[in-house]
Structures are given as C-alpha cells and as structure tokens.
Design a protein around this ligand. Structure first.
Ligand SMILES: *[C@@H]1O[C@H](CO)[C@@H](O)[C@H](O)[C@H]1NC(C)=O
Ligand SMILES: *[C@@H]1O[C@H](CO)[C@@H](O)[C@H](O)[C@H]1NC(C)=O
Ligand SMILES: *[C@@H]1O[C@H](CO)[C@@H](O)[C@H](O)[C@H]1NC(C)=O
Length: 474
C-alpha cells in the first residue's frame, strides 16, 4: 500500500552510502512576515531513499555509517534551528537588493530562484541535480542563520520588526577549524545581519556584516584554553587574500566600508590587529576604526562607547544610512556597510552591531512616522526596547552557536569557570573541540564538500569518549 505525505518543499538530494536520498521538508514553523512575504523555519525533514532495497541490503556497519551521516545532516539543518525558507521572498539577498532590483522569489516566476545569491544559498549543492534537470518549480533556496519577527506597538502604531541573519556558505564552519581568510579572500564566520521594520506599506532595512580578520591565520584547538594564533608567513599570499576580500565586499556593498576592529591592542590579538591595520591603509573605500573593546570597556564601564566610539563612527552612520521603500518607490538607499569583527566575531561583535543598530533603528522609526522626534529614545518604549534587545541577543547567541558551538553570553560565564576548574574543564574543553570537527563535517556534508567514498571516510572513527579517555591517562 502506498502512503501519501504532505511535504512543504525539497531541501535537495544527497548521495550517501547506499545511494541517493531525497530530503523533504515535513514540517515548517511560521516565523512571521517580511512585508507581504511569509517566512518559515525548517522544522522537520525526512530522508527518503530512492532505492530502499539498497539501504536494507547493506551490512550493519555500512547502515550505521549511513545513519550517522543522516543524523549529522539533520543536526545541521534541523536541530540547530537555523534553516529558513520562503515561497515568495528570496532570503538569500538582503532586502535592499531584493526590493530595489528584483521582485523577490515570486512563485509565479518559476525560474526566479536563478537570481539567488549562491553565497547564502545553503542547499544549492543539494539541489544541483534538480537544477540541471530544469525542475525549476521545485527549487527553493534555504538560508542558514536566524530570523526573528514580531509585531510591535509604539505610540499606538503597530508595525513589524525583525532581524534576518544569513551566514555565508563560503569558508563555512566551526571556530577552531575555520579562522581568518582563505586564499580567495573568503573569511570565516561571515554573516549579514539585517534589521527591518514594516509599517503602513513602507519597508525600512539596515544591514551590517561581520567576518573574521581577512588574513590567513589559524588557531588550532589543543589543550590550551587560548590556543596560539599562527600566521601564514607568505606576504604575497596574505596581501592577495586581504585585497580579494575587500574587493569583493566593496563591490557588494556600494564601495563604502566602515571596518570596525574590536580586537585587543595587547597580547596575541594585537599581532593580528597590527597586520590588519597595516594592510587596510592601502585599500580605497575603507574607513578603518580600531576600538579595543575589552580595554576601553573594562569592568563593564561602557562610558567610552559614548565618548570615544560613537563620535568616531558618526560620519559613517550619516553616510551609510539605511534602505527604505514603498512598493516600487525607493526613498533611501543604504550606501555602504559596517564590517565589524573581533577575534571570533561573536560576543564583542554582536554587542557593537547592536549598539550601532539601535541608533539606526531610532532613525528608521522616526522616518517611518512611528516616533515623533529624532531625539526620542528607545528607553521611552520599554516593550519595544525589550523586543529589540532580546532579538539582538538571540542573534548573537545563534551566530555564536553556529560558529563556536556555545552561546555567546553563556560562553563568557563558562570561560571563567573553565579557568578555575582544572582537570574536568580540560576534558570538557577538549570534547568541545572534538565536537567542532564533527560539526564541521556535518556542515561539509550539507554543502557537498565530503567525499563519502574516500578512504578516510571509510575508516572507522574512534568514539570521542575513547579518544579523550586515551589522552587523559597521562
Ligand atoms: C532530526 O532531529 C529531530 C530533532 O532532534 C528528531 O526528532 C528527528 O528524529 C531527527 N531525524 C533524523 C532523520 O535523524
Ligand atoms: C523570472 O526570474 C528571473 C530570475 O530572477 C528573471 O531573469 C526573469 O526575467 C523573470 N521572468 C519574469 C517573466 O519575470
Ligand atoms: C564613504 O564613507 C566615508 C565615511 O563615512 C565618507 O567620508 C565618504 O564620503 C563615503 N564615500 C562615498 C563614495 O560615499
């Protein structure tokens, strides 16, 4: 007997040990609307084997391996709560691009996905065989990141507020495996974060980007709490990677970047910062701003954010602005972008993005007619203030979980614990690092970067517990 199941989309096709599987979306969660477009999170997927008999006839060992792959992919796509889709809006592009150049991902236009941005099109590889067979109607790009949307009320005016963060598929991966830039200028933890408001037919959006320092460096996990940072010594390659990175983002973001570097001016991080500073001087179109966050905001004293940092970015804020439009009519274009980084591009970076976003938000709300005065403070609207802060904190946490496996704020707390907590913490820390490589592999599977027929893959991997056990019997 055949059974029928309703599906909500196709994630793609993946070839595992016994052959190809179709990955379908079985459940989706409605997140909210961006203008007139519904946005969903992928909540449950199913792997349907093309040839179920192949799967059944495998040896137990192969079956187990296959199940492991499926579980890994499931973790990346579903358990990280990070895949989002829309039937009518192309989430792979930021809103300014979508609403000023193309008409979203109109379901009427079955080939509209062709305009999608490969850099944020997470199931592009998995959809390749459908794409090459011209099955346009089944192609639905998914992004990986976080989308949060809420209905808010200020001064009796009800509007939609949200944040969309999309992580890049280039140099995608976990913290200690992916650091800095590759030779093509793609950097680790590169994320577009966009806050938007929609009110009375007007959409307003402000975009920021974050990404690892665009030089070639590594920091391999070991038993040290802060592993050593190592640089590629080939100056030519460094320079090329650095320039490619900036050429790329300058092209993408209206040839005007304000780079905010939040690394320390002392210790390991300072070497990276000094290099960054020396290379960035030669790049036209980049305004560079180095603010040693840890030092300037010691003991949680944020005074210098207002007296030092804010004045130094005021010009950029005025220049860059934000995007706003109504239907076909464009009111404002964002003219450039803030590129924020620290060492991991998690905690400090998210804090500063929130800081900048808050100023811009008040400007956006004023221009939409939601607040009455330019000098109005978000604090005057406790409910919105709360939503705004929660969304940005969640944004930081999600980006951090996807990159480092730990939530940003919790991580800060546990870091203290780690240093006081000797032996056990070493073990926990090592396990974390081990998880890094598993998570990396799961990401690579989704992106089609694992050759599952390679010798390496076919050799059995020892269990993490066993490895830790072996290592800790010194
Ligand atoms: C994927 O993860 C969800 C949530 O943990 C779980 O309920 C589901 O059974 C998993 N699916 C597969 C195919 O492993
Ligand atoms: C459909 O979308 C594609 C890709 O964005 C675009 O090139 C094409 O012009 C669109 N066709 C129509 C009829 O709108
Ligand atoms: C780019 O931004 C800088 C700093 O905000 C500003 O001085 C400059 O005029 C801008 N350039 C362009 C082309 O908009």
């Amino acid at each position: 007997m055949k059974t029928m199941t309703r599906i909500f989309g196709i994630m793609g096709i993946v070839t595992l040990v016994s052959g190809p599987f179709l990955i379908v979306v079985l459940e989706k969660e409605f997140i909210g609307m961006i203008a007139k477009h519904k946005i969903y999170r992928v909540k449950k997927i199913q792997f349907i084997p093309f040839k179920p008999s192949n799967f059944k006839s495998q040896t137990e060992e192969l079956k187990e391996r296959e199940i492991q792959y499926i579980e890994m992919m499931n973790r990346t796509i579903v358990e990280d709560n990070s895949f989002y889709m829309s039937y009518t809006l192309d989430l792979t592009h930021h809103l300014q691009h979508t609403f000023s150049t193309i008409q979203g991902l109109d379901t009427e236009n079955l080939s509209a996905w062709r305009g999608a941005h490969n850099k944020y099109f997470w199931n592009r590889h998995m959809l390749q065989s459908l794409i090459s067979k011209g099955m346009d109607g089944f192609i639905m790009p998914a992004i990986r990141g976080i989308v949060e949307i809420a209905s808010c009320n200020m001064n009796g005016k009800v509007f939609t507020f949200g944040i969309v963060s999309r992580t890049s598929t280039k140099r995608a991966g976990t913290r200690y495996i992916m650091r800095g830039a590759d030779e093509n200028g793609y950097v680790a933890n590169f994320v577009e974060s966009e806050q938007f408001a929609y009110y009375d037919g007007v959409l307003s959006a402000f975009l920021q980007i974050r990404g690892s320092i665009p030089l070639i460096w590594t920091q391999e996990a070991n038993l040290k709490y802060t592993p050593e940072i190592k640089f590629l010594t080939d100056k030519q390659k460094q320079q090329t990677a650095f320039e490619k990175h900036f050429q790329y983002i300058l092209r993408e973001y209206q040839n005007n970047i304000t780079a905010v570097n939040l690394c320390k001016k002392t210790g390991q991080e300072s070497k990276l910062s000094e290099l960054y500073t020396s290379y960035v001087k030669h790049i036209q179109g980049v305004t560079y701003n180095h603010f040693d966050f840890h030092n300037e905001c010691k003991n949680h004293d944020t005074t210098k954010l207002y007296t030092m940092f804010l004045p130094s970015i005021k010009d950029s804020m005025r220049n860059i602005k934000y995007f706003s439009c109504r239907l076909q009519e464009i009111y404002e274009l964002q003219n450039g972008v803030f590129r924020v980084n620290c060492i991991d591009c998690c905690d400090r970076t998210n804090y500063i993005e929130t800081f900048i976003a808050k100023y811009m938000m008040m400007e956006q709300l004023y221009r939409m007619g939601i607040t009455k005065s330019r000098d109005d403070k978000m604090e005057n609207y406790p409910a919105f203030d709360q939503t705004f802060r929660t969304f940005w904190i969640n944004n930081g946490d999600r980006v951090s979980v996807l990159y480092s496996g730990t939530e940003a704020l919790k991580f800060q707390k546990s870091a203290q614990g780690l240093m006081n907590d000797g032996f056990n913490s070493v073990k926990r820390y090592f396990l974390n690092n081990f998880k890094d490589s598993e998570r990396q592999k799961a990401i690579n599977l989704v992106l089609g970067l694992v050759d599952i027929n390679s010798k390496e893959e076919q050799e059995e991997v020892e269990s993490p517990a066993q490895i830790v056990g072996d290592l800790l019997t010194f």
